[in-house]
Design a protein around this ligand. Structure first.
Ligand code: ZN
Ligand code: ZN
Length: 255
């Protein structure tokens, strides 16, 4: 399955109102894995969010087709008590799209449901305790195996990206990239921990990008009074969607 064609637009996807359709210059690759890494920067939007989405789809696809009955995978799923809300939804969506009736999901859901039922029964037998800490149904109570895979992929990619910053073309790619703020912060922390000197140049370009978005938001606000609305630009209006994507907001289906 080519996940590039089935990528769901997320908040970190192409910025709302973004008009760029430029094929970006591909930075040089040194290792086989760098090809997929460079590919993350080929389109607008956050490259690490794109990696999260691609690696989650790849992993979910692999266990749906190959290891729904695999003992190690089933044990991992049981230990974690299921999937997080996002990845549980992804499992169902991928399985339903491919199979119509999601039988692989049914196998996994049955085992999770029986475990959670057993947990509930255990709790029922114990004396009531004050409601503290984890609650049943709290997504925090789940240790999702897809999140674990995705975190490993993002950690590996982040470390490799910082290694590649010794090459000017990669510094230019990173400077022109559009990471969301949470991912920018995590790259920034990693660069400090690893003392990646080349990060300073990227960080300066990224700060300038964020300032430009904030300035366009300020422009929109300044041009919101009735008598000034004619001064409003498309770029100022587009800044709202861009800022929301930068902050990792997700489009709501409500409204
Ligand atoms: Zn991101
Ligand atoms: Zn998850």
């Amino acid at each position: 399955m080519d996940d590039r064609n089935t990528t769901v637009a997320t908040a970190a996807g192409p910025a709302i109102g973004g008009e760029r359709a430029d094929p970006r210059p591909r930075p040089p690759v040194e290792e086989v894995g760098d090809v997929a890494l460079a590919d993350l920067f080929a389109e607008p939007g956050c490259p690490l969010c794109r990696l999260r989405e691609r690696s989650a789809r790849r992993f979910v696809g692999s266990f749906l087709w190959e290891s729904v009955t695999d003992v190690d995978f089933r044990e991992r799923l049981a230990r974690g008590r299921g999937f997080c809300p996002e990845h549980g939804g992804l499992v169902l969506a991928i399985d339903t799209a491919a199979e119509g009736t999601p039988v692989g999901s049914a196998i996994l859901l049955e085992s999770i449901l029986r475990l959670r039922l057993a947990d509930l029964e255990d709790r029922g037998r114990r004396a009531p305790r004050p409601r503290r800490g984890r609650r049943a149904g709290d997504p925090g109570a789940v240790d999702c195996p897809v999140c674990e895979q995705v975190d490993v992929a993002v950690a590996g990619a982040s470390a490799r990206i910082l290694d590649l910053l010794r090459l000017p073309a990669w510094r230019a790619t990173l400077a022109a990239a559009e990471p969301c703020i949470p991912d920018l912060e995590s790259l920034d922390r990693l660069a400090s921990a690893r003392r990646t000197a080349a990060w300073a140049e990227v960080a300066a370009a990224q700060r300038a990008r964020l300032v430009a978005v904030a300035d366009r938001l300020a422009g929109l606000v300044a041009h919101s009074a009735h008598d000034r609305r004619h001064l409003r630009t498309r770029s100022e209006v587009a800044a709202v969607g861009e800022a929301a994507a930068l902050l990792g907001f997700r489009a709501s289906t409500d409204g």
